[in-house]
Design a binder for this molecule. Sequence first.
Ligand SMILES: Nc1nc2c(ncn2[C@@H]2O[C@H](COP(=O)(O)OP(=O)(O)OP(=O)(O)O)[C@@H](O)[C@H]2O)c(=O)[nH]1
Ligand SMILES: [Mg+2]
Length: 246
Amino acid sequence: MYWKAFVMTQKTLGDRILSVITEALGSLVPSGVNNAVNTAVDFAYVRVFGLPFIVLGYRQAGKTTLLEWLRHDAAHLVGFDPEPTAAGGDAVSPFGAHIGDEIIRMRPRRDVGGEYAMWETDWVELFRGARPRGIIFMLDHNHPYQHKDALNFTLQMIDEEPEASRQLRMLLILVNKSDLWGDRRSVDDLLTDYRNEIRRLKSQAERLGYRYQIAGVSLINGSGVSEAMQSFFDAIRPRPKRITKR
Ligand SMILES: Nc1nc2c(ncn2[C@@H]2O[C@H](COP(=O)(O)OP(=O)(O)OP(=O)(O)O)[C@@H](O)[C@H]2O)c(=O)[nH]1
Ligand SMILES: [Mg+2]
């Protein structure tokens, strides 16, 4: 019995990665060793290429603003007034973001728009290309039917794209713009419209083995954003292998 290692080269030139896949054949290789190797590979990969995650949500929920918040450490949001993101989305290069007291290398790949017509195209393409460890799904207090559609589409896509969802560790729902609703309503109030979707999310998360969280935030005044980002990125990042001394 033996270990087989091979190197996969991903599709595009700019996106070339080395992902070493180890395959333990037979029972001679303990699964603990295999897991440790996989963890070490994940950790090294993310350190070099960035943490793969994606941001989805119906139009005008705050996706572009969140990416700007992460990219520039919240400092640039004063006067930031993005145009709706057009079909095809915008490329986002990997960048380092301050999360807690660390800088984590991020790789969200593309900022996609939220119009219906972009879901089947830009969202699915992004999901397949990114094979994300985390999804941030954004909504706000307006248009619950459209947000519900978008969330259902996302859950369906996770089910229908098993290769792309294989690495998924967490889905975070950000209920954005609390500066506009927070003094009158709670997150739980707003989520009464989403009972079926939350039930579906819960059962999918259990079935596929990822975690989910829901947080009310305001990107404009910063309320809740750092905390939500810290727990999201903590949940999706691979950990360095601990060296234990005997
Ligand atoms: N009041 C308030 N406005 C916000 C907040 N976050 C974003 N916005 C505003 O909401 C609008 C939409 O933000 P975007 O970041 O462009 O939203 P998007 O999801 O990228 O929109 P599309 O690209 O059209 O899908 C902009 O005018 C933002 O300034 C927030 O926390 N509070
Ligand atoms: Mg946008």
